[in-house]
Design a protein around this ligand. Sequence first.
Ligand code: PMP
Length: 438
Amino acid sequence: SEGGEAMDFTQSHLWQQRADAVILGGVNSPSRSFKSVGGGTPVVMARAQGSRFVDVDGNTYIDYLAAYGPLVLGHAHPRVMEALRAATYDGILYGTPTTWEVEFAETLRAAIPDLERVRFVNSGTEAVMTTIRVARGATGRNKILKFAGCYHGHSDAVLVAAGSGPSSIGVPDSAGVTRAIAGEVITVPYNDLEAYDEALAVHGEDLAAVLVEPIVGNFGIVPPERPDYLAEVIARAHRVGALVIFDEVITAFRFHYGTAAQLYGVHADLYALGKIIGGGLPIGAYGGRRDVMESVAPLGPVYQAGTMAGNPASMRTGLACLEVLRDPAVYRHMDRLGAALEQGILASAQRHGVAITINRVGGAFTVFFGSHRVRDYAGAQATDGRRFAALFHALLRRGVFIAPSKYEAWFVSAQHTDADIEETLAAVDASFAEMAAT
Ligand code: PMP
């Protein structure tokens, strides 16, 4: 399109300077920096509505970041806002049981029968961290197997070969995570049952759990290659006595009203949830098999607690969000727009001689710069980050906001429109034209 070359970022620059002086690195989460797209000042947002947000300079963007996943309904969805307003009339926090947490747990269980018992926490990090403790407590074993490049939050055990933020900024293992902890985490490539079997043969007897993103979202969108992949991962883990934890923080309610496990007809022992289920407010949840969950306090010896856990506002916005998502038309809409974007972006790339591959599931997809099929972390690493950075900045200048990392996804929301897609594809075409010329 006409470029937006005149876009002014003065106020963002000024706010980022103030941020740099008080907030470590100027951001409250490293992926928000533009470090992995060659630098530049992160844009400071001011307000949002529907499919768009507006920065402090008044520039408007079509939003495909979706706050890294939660905003499946887009910004300020009327039903969610109504629930949030209602929540503020009744006081914010009690530190006691409430009716909303019961209704919300019932709603989740009805959607995901595998959640025989559930607990609410405040983030995906907490949810995953606790499932690992539960698995260790329930099995009496120590080791965890995870898949290279999968990101499971920032608790110690899972900051080993983690994707997303850590891989983008080149910190595969975090300082401060002890060797002893890293030594209890086994990593194998995703989509590779041979490597998995080898790891099970060596470590099987010590494995408390296998932890997996059933459809990967953290080195880009990468689904299982074989339709029976997840079933095999589960069956082989169970054969050595390990539990299976599905990290569905990104995937739950992303593609349909339920989990990725349900899409593949499989059952994990434990699930970690977050993001979408809070409707945009802080949330996490974990749950699963009743016998395993009963190892948690006050029924069992595994400890987990939280002052803000099950807070009424998150319960009520979460309930409102799930109510909207019950309508399958919402998912059909996102899938249709996702397909239109995929086709349009591929056609544009071909027109301008830019080599890309797109992995898409429903309204979520990743544009990889490379002509190989991306099926694991190594494949995602081998894609061209410089070209991705060029696309990111070219789109930003044209009012299209995608996550500032080649390892993230574009998320279409329920409030994106056909007009948004058209405008986005024009911006993509102009961006590829610009990239082909340089
Ligand atoms: N698991 C997965 C699969 C995630 O994508 C994320 C966040 N991107 C987390 C866990 C951690 O969630 P949170 O940021 O809410 O702690």
